[in-house]
Design a protein around this ligand. Structure first.
Ligand code: NAD
Length: 257
C-alpha cells in the first residue's frame, strides 16, 4: 500500500472514524486534509501530530458542511483531491411527529448534501489526475432502519444511492466510488448516546452497551476506527480497482441477520 503523492480529504475528521481513517491513510503515505466546523488549536494540532508521526503533509481546513458552498469551498481550498472520504455526521433520535424540522435539515445537509457538493468539485480533480477514490462512510442504517432515526436512516440510504450513481458516472474511468457501512464503532457520537440509553432503560453502562447498543451487532463487539481505516486503505489499493458502486459492511454481522 503506497499512497505517496495522493491527497485525501476526510470530512468530519477531528474525532472518531474520520480521524481514524485519516491516520491510517497517512500511515500509507497520503497527504491528508482534516476537517470539521470548529477552528481550534486542537484541530490544527491533530494535523501537526499526523505530519510528525508519518512524515506526510497533513493540514486542517475548517468548513461547516451544513452549508453547500462551504462544502465545495473545502475541496477548492485543498486544491487537490485523489481520495475523498465523506464522513461528517450527526445524529438525532425522536419519533417523526416530534422530530424538529431544523434537525432533519441539518442531518440531510451534513451527511447527504455535503457528499454531493464535495464530489461535484473533487471528481474533475480526480479526472485530471487520472485516478480517484470516493469513499462514503454510510452505516448499517444505510441498509436497514431503526425507529426514531428518520433523518439519519434517510440520509444514509441516500448516501448509498448516490455512491452507486457516482460509480456509474465514473465506471469507464480509473475512479471508483464505494460506501463503507459500519455497525457500532465506539466514538464520541456513540459515547454521547450512552447516558440517555442508561436512563431510558434504567441500566448500568455495561448492560446498556451490551443489551441495547450492541443488541443488533451479532459479534457483540465494537468495530475500531483503525479497522475502518484499514478498509479505506483496501479500497484505495490496486486490488480494489474493480470494486465500485458497492457497500462494504463492517458491522459484526448486523446486516446478515
Ligand atoms: P464523531 O462525532 O466522532 O465524528 C463526526 C465528525 O463530523 C466530527 O469530526 C464532527 O466534528 C464532524 N461534523 C459534525 N457536524 C459537522 C459540520 N456541520 N461540518 C463539518 N463537520 C461536522 O462520530 P463518528 O461515529 O466518528 O461518525 C463519523 C461517521 O460515521 C458519521 O457519518 C456517522 O454517521 C458514521 N457512522 C458511525 C457509526 C458509529 O457507531 N460510530 C456507525 C455507523 C456510521
Amino acid at each position: 500500500m503506497n499512497l505517496k503523492g495522493k491527497t485525501a480529504i476526510i470530512t468530519g475528521s477531528n474525532s472518531g472514524i474520520g480521524l481514524g481513517v485519516a491516520r491510517e491513510l497517512a500511515k500509507a503515505g497520503a497527504d491528508v486534509v482534516l476537517n470539521s466546523y470548529t477552528d481550534n488549536d486542537e484541530d490544527h494540532a491533530l494535523a501537526k501530530e499526523i505530519s510528525d508521526q508519518t512524515g506526510t503533509k497533513a493540514r486542517y481546513i475548517q468548513a461547516d458542511l451544513s452549508n453547500g458552498d462551504k462544502a465545495r469551498g473545502l475541496v477548492e481550498e485543498a486544491g487537490r483531491c485523489d481520495i475523498l472520504i465523506n464522513n461528517a455526521g450527526i445524529q438525532h433520535v425522536a419519533p417523526i411527529e416530534e422530530f424538529p424540522a431544523a434537525k432533519w435539515d441539518a442531518i440531510i445537509a451534513i451527511m447527504l448534501s455535503s457528499a454531493f457538493h464535495t464530489a461535484a468539485v473533487a471528481l474533475p480533480m480526480m479526472r485530471e489526475a487520472g485516478w480517484g477514490r470516493v469513499i462514503n462512510i454510510a452505516s448499517a442504517h444505510g441498509l436497514t432502519a431503526s425507529p426514531y432515526k428518520s433523518a439519519y436512516v434517510s440520509a444514509k440510504h441516500g448516501v448509498v444511492g448516490m455512491t452507486k450513481v457516482i460509480a456509474l458516472e465514473t465506471a469507464e474511468e480509473p475512479i471508483t466510488a464505494n460506501a463503507i457501512c459500519p455497525g457500532y464503532v465506539m466514538t464520541p457520537l456513540v459515547e454521547s448516546q450512552i447516558p440517555d440509553t442508561m436512563e431510558q432503560y434504567g441500566m448500568d453502562r455495561e448492560t446498556a452497551i451490551r443489551e441495547v447498543l450492541l443488541k443488533r451487532q451479532p459479534s457483540k463487539e465494537f468495530a475500531t476506527t483503525e479497522q475502518l481505516g484499514g478498509v479505506a486503505q483496501f479500497l484505495c489499493s490496486d486490488a480494489a480497482a474493480q470494486i465500485t458502486g458497492t457497500t462494504i459492511s463492517v458491522d459484526g454481522g448486523w446486516t446478515a441477520l
